[in-house]
Design a protein around this ligand. Structure first.
Ligand code: ADE
Ligand code: ZN
Length: 319
């Protein structure tokens, strides 16, 4: 599949290859050996264990320079998969501990690395600031303030990741209002581990225009119609859902059904090394599972670029 790809749902820390993380751990003498299997891959038993392994891996990323190196590595991999535009979740929780001054330094390093990748590999990155739901609403407020301070043409969105079973979307309404007032566009992880009500609450209480995953909306036909009607875009990550055992295989994934029911769907990798995936593999697996041809992937790319949070002129430049 050689069509240019647009990715809207990628966690920067979650895209850190195991060898990259091991290298930093060795340099910094941090013991994280328990998070890898015999072959050196990330090892986890379920989503909640995955979150723990993820946070342990992130613990080796302690400086803006680490994030600059990570950004270059991640974008080189994405570009090799044919990605020309990527929106990446960035968390002040991991980048400077929600201190605005430190956050600015991390952001500066990530942005410089992204600009170098744009010149060399022709891939454009934009950032979405993301609090972590299970860290609680108070930390999300601090994160929203970091986001509001740095919102602009590069930092374009605000989201919410982490354990969807903890708290309710309305607990985070203050943070989303703050981000919206700062001009940020909004998305929220929902309908991955929570059911249809979790998606409904995120749309109603946070007024998001995109949903991260959202696939469990399929369990409620009325909600599917509402999403289609409202033009809410789903950032679907099929390989992530299969690796985390939400669905047994690609064929059982609801992405095609959602699309057939008129919901706007896009395709992303989420945390590619954790799920042994890349954008190229996602496209190949979807083509194999559903028999999709270039026309379907062109439609997905078209939906994705229209749903991107970047400014119009960035969009025009990419196309
Ligand atoms: N953070 C990284 N990956 C995630 C996922 N799949 N769901 C929720 N939070 C995440
Ligand atoms: Zn995600």
């Amino acid at each position: 599949m050689t069509l240019p790809k647009i990715e809207l749902h990628l966690h920067l820390e979650g895209a850190a290859p195991p060898a990259f993380v091991r290298g930093l751990a060795t340099e910094k003498k941090i013991d994280i050996s328990g998070i890898f299997d015999d072959r050196g891959n990330y090892a986890y038993t379920d989503f909640w264990h995955f979150l723990k392994v993820y946070e342990a891996a992130t613990s080796v990323l302690t400086t803006p320079a680490d994030y600059a190196r990570l950004t270059r590595a991640v974008l080189a991999e994405s570009a090799a998969s044919g990605v020309i535009y990527s929106e990446c979740f960035l968390s002040p929780d991991f980048c400077g501990g929600r201190d605005v001054g430190a956050w600015r330094e991390y952001l500066h390093a990530i942005r410089e690395a992204a600009e170098e990748a744009e010149r060399q590999d022709g891939i454009t990155l934009r950032g979405i600031v993301t609090p972590i739901r299970h860290f609680g609403p108070e930390k999300a407020r601090e994160t929203a303030l970091c986001a509001a301070e740095t919102a602009g043409d590069w930092l374009v969105g605000f989201g919410l990741a982490g354990d969807e079973k903890v708290g309710r979307p309305k607990d985070f309404a203050w943070s989303f209002d703050c981000a919206r007032e700062a001009g940020l566009r909004l998305t929220c992880h929902a309908g991955e581990w929570g059911g249809p009500d979790s998606v409904r609450d995120a749309v109603r209480d946070l007024r998001v225009e995109r949903i991260g995953h959202g696939v469990r909306a399929i369990e409620d036909p009325a909600l599917v119609d509402e999403l289609a009607e409202a033009g809410i875009v789903l950032e679907v990550c099929p390989g992530s859902n299969v690796a985390l055992k939400l669905y047994p295989n690609f064929r059982a994934h609801p992405i095609e059904k959602l699309m057939e029911r008129g919901v706007k769907v896009t395709v992303s990798t989420d945390d590619p090394p954790f799920f042994h995936t890349t954008m190229a593999r996602e496209y190949d697996a979807l083509a194999e599972a559903f028999g999709w041809d270039d026309g379907v992937f062109r439609q997905i790319a078209d939906t994705s670029i229209r749903a991107a949070f970047c400014m119009e002129e960035t969009r025009d430049k990419i196309l």
